[in-house]
Design a protein around this ligand. Structure first.
Ligand code: PDD
Length: 285
């Protein structure tokens, strides 16, 4: 039976349990390492721990563990699990919160989990014995699949926190071409000269249900023109109104971006009309 470590205790892996409100589970809000170990000798321990510390610092998880603390943990797992060919899995999440909220919680302890699993014996430098591979190729899309409502939300969480730490309620996001994509947990719209525009659906944004309903109720009503098209950063800056939409916010007016008023700095009339149509029509969806 494999012995694992969880938040200060060594226990059988099957008995290790974390809260479903752990941000590692809800948001992918954590950092991990896998350190190989052969007959009790780890490979690359120091650089693995250095990378983990860099990752923790990069995402703002404060864990006060020294390299010696990590070494004690790894050596104990090796001892408990038979010192064969092992992968030592180390995982630190931001911890278990009492609610689901993208911004970093104050005063919660990170969750520290580790276990050992069997890995293949190390390759020997012998052409006849080495295991060789056949592989495929693909374009690297790893952080470009924003149309999937995945729980791998660390990127979103870091963008939300960027605004949140300045006292803001959301962060608008732009691609490398300075085109609006969405916000960290909302879709985004602009209004200019009475026309409502929102970026078209592609891999850069979530196909929000609220976005869909907003577009549909506006099109059905017909009095406010709507467009799905590329929206530039300059257009956002000069918009009369900016909205963010999500299931929990419905249509939320944005009155200030980076300290600069949107339009005249007041909640707009087009928002009022759109939210009224949304309120009237939303239960039809
Ligand atoms: N967020 N874009 C992103 C990245 C989102 O996470 C969400 C939703 C939306 C709006 O989608 P919808 O209209 O279907 O709620 C757009 C939810 C509310 C959240 O993570 O809390």
């Amino acid at each position: 039976m494999s012995i694992a470590y969880l938040d200060g205790a060594y226990l059988p892996l099957e008995e290790a349990k974390i809260s479903p409100l752990d941000r590692g589970f809800l948001f992918g809000d954590g950092i991990y390492e896998v350190v190989p170990s052969y007959a009790g000798n780890m490979v690359g321990f120091a650089p693995h721990i250095a990378r983990m510390k860099n990752g923790l610092a990069a995402v703002g998880i404060n864990l006060d563990w020294s390299e010696a603390d990590w070494a004690d943990l790894c050596n104990r797992l090796i001892k408990e699990n038979g010192a064969g060919n092992l992968g030592i899995y180390l995982h630190v999440s931001r911890g278990a919160d009492t609610k689901r909220f993208h911004g970093f919680p104050e005063n919660i302890a990170p969750t520290v989990f580790a276990f050992a699993f069997e890995i293949a014996p190390p390759p020997v430098a012998d052409k006849a014995l080495v295991h060789s591979y056949k592989v495929s190729t693909d374009r690297d899309l790893r952080w470009e699949r924003c149309h999937i409502k995945s729980t791998a939300l660390l990127g979103n969480v870091l963008h939300f926190q960027q605004g949140y730490k300045q006292g803001h309620g959301e962060t608008l996001l732009f691609n490398a071409n300075n085109e609006l994509t969405e916000a960290s947990a909302c879709n985004a719209f602009i209004v200019k000269d009475g026309i409502v525009s929102t970026p078209p659906l592609d891999n850069q944004l979530l196909p929000g249900i609220t976005r869909h309903i907003v577009l549909d109720v506006l099109r059905q009503d017909g009095t406010i023109p709507v467009e799905e098209r590329t929206v530039t950063m300059d257009e956002v800056a000069s918009a009369d109104e900016v909205w963010i939409t999500s299931s929990s916010k419905e249509i939320a007016p944005v009155i200030e971006i980076d300290g600069v008023a949107v339009g005249n700095g007041e909640v707009g009339d087009v928002w009022l009309a759109a939210q009224a149509l949304y309120t009237a029509g939303k239960f039809n969806y």
